[in-house]
Design a protein around this ligand. Structure first.
Ligand code: GAR
Length: 191
């Protein structure tokens, strides 16, 4: 089994979907830990309920991003983590963490990148008046929601209705992430 760390800052619905996929054997991985920068985030409750280890590392506790990432890297190495899976982790990955996991950090984003990177991608898409938006899974590089695209799926915007559009997007996220990761892990195991 591939050892992964799920990084999350929010509700953790994508974490829950991945954890479920691991338990059901759809994703041949083990979630070694959930890394969060927000100790009060709901993902912490979800992880506890699923008996998955949670590590909260807050950047504000460190003098520099470098010091923050060194601590994160040490924890990941100690847990023998092979892949980092970002699931609503609302923080830019710095050069040290990228170098420690080259081409081994994956992100999911609720838009058809390169459109609407950054925060509130669903709100941005609705505000722009697009008729189709979607979901992107990609490898992480130094940019914000950039890096090689692994999978995308389109979602029709429900008439300016943010709530309903968000629901469709999240439902797709919960399927596309586990499927894309499974393919990625299989491809990398063979190589
Ligand atoms: C997801 O929609 C994810 O795509 C998005 O945050 C949400 C987290 O939801 N990520 C980004 O916007 C990254 N720029 P969750 O906490 O319920 O999984």
């Amino acid at each position: 089994k591939v050892k992964i760390a799920v990084f999350a800052s929010g509700s953790g619905s994508n974490f829950a979907a991945l954890e479920n996929a691991c338990r059901e054997g759809e994703l041949n991985a083990e979630i070694a830990l959930v890394m969060t920068d927000k100790p009060a985030a709901f993902v912490v409750e979800r992880a506890k309920q699923a008996a998955v280890r949670v590590v909260a590392v807050e950047p504000k506790a460190f003098p520099t991003k470098k010091a923050f990432e060194k601590t994160v890297i040490d924890i990941l190495r100690q847990a023998e983590v092979e892949w980092i899976v970002l699931a609503g982790y609302m923080r830019l990955i710095g050069p040290d963490l990228l170098a420690a996991f080259p081409s081994r950090i994956v992100n999911i984003h609720p838009s058809l990148l390169p459109s609407f990177p950054g925060k509130d991608a669903i709100g941005q898409a609705i505000a722009h008046g697009v008729k189709v938006t979607g979901v992107t899974v990609h490898l992480v590089d130094e940019g914000m929601d950039t890096g090689p695209i692994l999978a995308q799926e389109a979602v029709r915007v429900v008439d300016g209705n943010t709530e309903m559009t968000a629901q469709s997007i999240h439902a797709i996220e919960h399927v596309i992430y586990k499927e894309t990761l499974q393919k990625l892990f299989v491809a990398n195991a063979i190589n």
